[in-house]
Design a protein around this ligand. Structure first.
Ligand code: CMP
Length: 225
């Protein structure tokens, strides 16, 4: 089951099943519990990771200690490749927001793999381009959208990865604390909380600890625009 999720990652986008299996079997398993830090921004890095289970947050810290979350990644997604493609230190800190199972690949193994299967590079570029698109959109939202609009967008974005259809609506078990949600949106905890409370009063969402049920996706989408 986990194998299938990992094997669906762009890294394995080649038709050669046997070689794919060999590469997968050579990857080391890493188990994390909530709050574990895998690596920190600024450290040298020589390996990348594919998520089999759980969620990983990628964050940066300002000089005065404030944190900003770049992304929350889930099963089938990869991270830790930038310090290979653009040699330099880690561009973000990676830590787990839930228990997680990862598969680790050394950068030199990746280079060998790409040389053997050039088509993999196309899929990796595709994943990088999608990430850049998303980052551009987040950047534009920080400039052009208000906090409730950004909260609505973040919830919809999390729902595409972690959402589960229920009779009531889409349940998004994001596992984030209020503080982490605020760091993802780039606003204070109080402002984000106020936006969520307002959405709940309007009947667009129902809050459930570290999850939220999206009751009216249409209205949220309109608010996110
Ligand atoms: P690396 O710099 O090796 O370590 C941190 C990782 O976070 C980085 O590789 C990317 O895989 C990932 N990362 C950095 N910026 C973003 C972003 N804006 N969105 C998603 N992932 C990112």
């Amino acid at each position: 089951m986990d194998d299938d999720v990992v094997l669906s990652a762009p890294l394995f986008a080649t038709m050669d099943r046997e070689e794919t299996r060999t590469l997968f079997d050579s990857m080391q398993q890493i188990e994390l519990t909530r709050g574990d830090v895998l690596f920190r921004e600024g450290e040298p890095g020589d390996r990348l990771y594919v998520i089999a289970q759980g969620k990983i947050k990628l964050g940066r810290r300002s000089n005065d200690g404030r944190e900003n979350l770049l992304s929350i990644l889930g099963p089938g997604e990869m991270f830790g490749e930038l310090s290979l493609f653009d040699p330099g230190p880690r561009t973000a800190t990676a830590s787990s927001v839930s228990d997680a199972l990862l598969y680790e690949l050394r950068h030199e193994q990746l280079i060998e793999w790409i040389e053997k299967h050039p088509s993999v590079a196309k899929h990796l570029l595709n994943a990088l381009a999608r990430r850049l698109r998303r980052t551009n959109e987040t950047l534009a939202d920080l400039v052009f959208s208000d906090v409730p609009g950004r909260v609505a967008k973040a919830l919809l974005d999390l729902s595409t990865r972690f959402g589960e259809e229920t009779e009531e609506g889409v349940r998004v078990a994001h596992d984030l604390t209020q503080e982490e949600l605020a760091q993802l949106v780039g606003a204070s905890r109080e402002t984000v909380n106020k936006a969520l409370a307002d959405f709940a009063t309007r009947g667009w969402v129902r809050r459930e600890g570290r999850a939220v049920v999206l009751l009216d996706v249409d209205r949220l989408e309109r608010r996110a625009r």
